[in-house]
Design a protein around this ligand. Structure first.
Ligand code: HAM
Length: 438
């Protein structure tokens, strides 16, 4: 077949799916430990949502969005990130009026960016994130940053560092933008076309440029930290002190401005370089967004949040050898030896699945040896063998594939016996609960 997967996408195959499910489940459990509730919003939104939130001077909106007209002539966009949709929903569904504040929401799902694919960078990728909406203290910012660190530690990462910076408040940024413009003005003729536009629309974005000469220029540029208003300075100091007090490894990165327009004050990025030396880029990132809720029609509240890239987490865990052994397996492998025994085996498989055994049914009538081989390949714990003799005398043969021990069991007892052998509570439990009700 000559149809290939679209560039920048990933097919999740055997074992990888189990790994991603396991990681996502772990992330969700941790979010719940911290009191976050789940939210799911659509994968596409009106384009305007992103131009207004992520911002029309950001690279994401300018170059990376999958935007299309639907059959009703609406401009829609596959979400490039999840924060905008979550806040849109929170405002639209009036959650800030009906729920206690702060509102704590987590999400997992795909996002889409038309970026140049490379190590750790895809066009469809997945994010796990949290939004902590309606906070009142910079300590809640520190708490959220620490939550991200704990998430990574609970997944098994060690020595995660978080880079932090403050983009200040409105007053800060006005003063800083002016300083940046005066700094860049003499270089205008030499910077790239994108940067020329950034100079006009949003000078802060100048610092994001990855073109080497422009990047170099950015390194010498004034830093926003020198322009922080008093209020922003105090808030940022509180965040730093709080992080230090709980021994979070943080470092100040004065160049960190983040690629989305909705941030103010504290922004942060989590870094972890693989043991193999591979750098997949930031594993996660986030920041405070004080105006987004209001800009989308809600009340004026302060919020903070972050998102992790699931592909990057998985790549790092794989490199660290922490995902080995994650694969699909069955408890029981039922082998029907001939057409005559198929119905019998079919019913037995059904019963096993209803009693919570992962069960595979083999109706291929191959030699016993090759069927056992298939059972071993599926990592089955027991093979359940059914031939004509067994069926006629209402028994089955069970074979422990680890010890090779084999025994014959009356079919009426096999479920119970398997529960006993595999330590599955099943039967017993039910009986006991039944007694209680009497
Ligand atoms: P972001 O920094 O654009 O922030 O993305 C967060 C994370 O998503 C990145 O650190 C990275 O791990 C992952 N990621 C981003 N782009 C790609 C890609 N093309 N391929 C693979 N992984 C990628 C946000 O999206 C904000 N919404 C985070 C946030 C939540 N801020 C406040 N609340």
């Amino acid at each position: 077949m000559d149809i290939k997967q679209p560039k920048g996408t990933k097919d999740w195959l055997l074992g990888e799916v189990e790994a991603v499910e396991q990681v996502e489940q772990a992330l969700i459990n941790i979010a719940k430990l911290y009191g976050y509730a789940g939210i799911r919003t659509p994968m596409f939104e009106h384009t305007e949502l992103f131009t207004r939130s992520v911002g029309d001077s950001s690279d994401i909106v300018r170059k990376e969005m999958y935007t299309f007209m639907d059959k009703g002539d609406r401009s829609l966009t596959l979400r490039p990130e999840l924060t905008a949709g979550v806040i849109r929903s929170v405002v639209e569904q009036k959650l800030l009026h009906t729920q206690d504040l702060p509102l704590k929401l987590y999400y997992v799902g795909p996002a889409f960016r038309y970026e140049r694919p490379q190590l750790g960078r895809f066009r469809q990728f997945h994010q796990f994130g949290v939004e902590h909406i309606g906070i009142t203290s910079p300590l809640s910012v520190a708490e959220t940053i620490a939550t991200g660190i704990t998430v990574l530690e609970m997944l098994g990462f060690e020595n995660v560092t978080v880079s932090i910076n403050s983009l200040g408040d409105e007053a800060t940024r006005l003063a800083y933008k002016e300083a940046l413009k005066s700094y860049y003005e003499p270089h205008l003729a030499n910077i790239c076309e994108d940067c020329k536009q950034r100079f006009q629309t949003n000078p802060l974005r100048l610092l994001d440029c990855k073109i080497p000469s422009d990047h170099q220029l950015g390194l010498q540029a004034p830093v926003i930290g020198d322009y922080l208003s008093e209020a922003s300075q105090a808030a940022f100091k509180t965040v730093q002190e709080a992080l230090t007090s709980i021994k979070i490894q943080w470092k100040l990165d004065p160049q960190l401005v983040r690629g989305l327009d909705y941030y103010s004050d504290c922004v942060f990025e989590y870094h972890f370089v693989s043991k193999t030396g591979k750098d997949y880029g930031a594993i996660g990132a986030g920041g405070q967004f004080p105006r987004l809720v209001e800009e989308l029609g809600g009340p004026s509240v302060m919020s903070v949040g972050f998102a992790f890239g699931i592909e990057r987490i998985l790549a790092l865990l794989t490199d660290a050898g922490r995902l080995e052994g994650v694969r699909s397996y069955v408890d029981l492998y039922i082998i029907s030896m001939e057409p005559l025994t198929d119905q019998y085996a079919f019913r037995l498989a059904h019963n096993f699945r209803y009693t919570n055994f992962k069960t595979e049914l083999n109706l291929e009538h191959k030699s016993l040896k090759s069927s056992i081989k298939s059972a071993v390949k599926r990592d089955a714990v027991y093979a359940v063998i059914i031939g004509e003799t067994e069926m006629k005398s209402n028994i089955v043969t069970i074979k422990n594939l680890q010890t090779q021990e084999q025994q014959q069991v009356p079919v009426g007892e096999v479920v119970h016996l398997m529960q006993h052998l595999t330590n599955q509570p099943g039967h017993h439990h039910h009986d006991e609960e039944g007694d209680h009700h009497e």
